[in-house]
Design a protein around this ligand. Structure first.
Ligand code: BGC
Length: 252
């Protein structure tokens, strides 16, 4: 593997599985990332094969910490209890065991939004921020990470809070819904206002960090999010999941 890398990160998403060696002194990729389309259906066995393919193609050495960001709440050592946007056959799978066996080595798995939030806290927009940061990723679903005074409180699933009369928040305000329903920035901003207002009321955060691919267009929709809490775009954009996963693995 590349000499400047101290760890390897993989980010599993609904459309792509991406991996790169990470330089943890800077929070950047030590080599260009590899992206392989997520197998369809995205069953545990098929995804585990893709993860192995990525590790093999970078010749990741034994002993390198390997972190994997995954789009569901992950309790180390326990079977997955819930899956929103990948194949339902994941429920009941011990994911660290499955990937560990397939790859022939120890891997550390965490929730994808937690990985992104951790990366923002260590290297990005939430670095050195006191108090409670809520990092949100707006994509196919809505992922959330709670970081209190720099410490991650894992497995928050605040993308699924119920918006009064509208049901599950991610089915109402995710970026995928914006494109599916062809909402303009203002209409989407109004939906996001409802969402962030609820988080604001329940958790009194000090700052919101907004990630996910669409956050690079934050100037288009932030003006329509009317809340009292400061709201800032993520700094790492599409590297956050990989960098956070690698950081998490190195911390174990
Ligand atoms: C999942 C979360 C995940 C988020 C973003 C949600 O549907 O329940 O665990 O972090 O999507 O992928």
């Amino acid at each position: 593997m590349i000499e400047t890398a101290q760890a390897f990160g993989i980010d599993i998403g609904g459309s792509g599985i991406k991996g790169a060696p990470v330089d943890l002194t800077t929070g950047t990729f030590a080599a260009e990332r590899l992206r392989i389309p997520t197998p369809q259906p995205a069953t545990p066995e098929a995804v585990a094969d893709t993860v192995k393919e990525i590790l093999d193609s970078f010749e990741v050495e034994d002993g390198t910490p390997i972190g994997i960001a995954f789009p569901a709440p992950v309790k180390p050592g326990k079977p997955l209890g819930y899956m929103s946007n990948l194949d339902q056959s994941w429920v009941g799978v011990n994911i660290e065991e499955l990937f560990g066996e397939r790859c022939g080595r120890k891997v550390h798995v965490l929730n994808d939004a937690d990985a992104a939030g951790l990366a923002e806290a260590v290297f990005g927009a939430a670095k050195g921020v006191d108090g409670l940061v809520i990092a949100t990723t707006l994509g196919t679903g809505i992922g959330t990470a709670l970081i209190n005074n720099g410490t991650l409180v894992p497995n928050s699933e605040l993308g699924h809070i119920i918006i009064d009369g509208k049901g599950d928040a991610e089915k109402y305000a995710a970026d995928s819904i914006r494109t599916k329903e062809e909402l303009n920035w203002k209409k989407w901003g109004k939906r996001l206002t409802k969402y962030y207002k609820l988080l604001e009321f329940y958790l009194s955060p000090d700052v919101f960090v907004v990630g996910g691919g669409v956050s690079k267009k934050h100037e288009k929709f932030f003006p329509y999010i009317e809340i009292d809490t400061p709201i800032i775009p993520a700094a790492l954009l599409n590297t956050a999941g990989i960098v956070g996963a690698a950081q998490f693995a190195a911390m174990q």
